[in-house]
Design a protein. Structure first.
Length: 117
């Protein structure tokens, strides 16, 4: 191409980008999986592994993970002594859980006595 032809071609207006941005299929599939609970089994296993790593082998068997609701992870302790120990270590445990599972969005822990043990 010569310079005149390149110049004239450069003057042709380019089409504007589309204003409607369709969501990606992967984001729709992920949302459906979360809403239907298909990922719950994998989530529970990941939470359990991270919890046992954060509290260690002594407290892990004496606790049970509850649900994760609006950023708060519910934990059930075997007795008042275990509850006290968990409350003492709460910020350290929370940081470990957040580091291990940032995608879960854990912002707090709520520790309760497990009367069903």
């Amino acid at each position: 191409m010569n310079d005149d032809e390149t110049y004239y071609l450069s003057q042709i207006p380019k089409p504007l980008p589309s204003r409607s941005h369709a969501p990606k299929v992967s984001s729709i599939v992920n949302r459906v999986i979360q809403q239907r609970g298909y990922a719950a089994v994998q989530s529970n296993a990941a939470l359990s592994d991270a919890w046992n790593e954060a509290v260690g082998p002594t407290l892990g068997p004496q606790t049970r993970i509850g649900k994760l609701e609006r950023g708060t992870l519910f934990i059930f302790a075997a007795d008042a002594i275990v509850m006290t120990e968990l409350e003492f270590m709460k910020s350290q445990i929370l940081k470990a859980m957040q580091r291990r599972l940032p995608e879960f969005g854990i912002r707090g822990l709520r520790i309760k006595n497990d009367v069903h043990r």
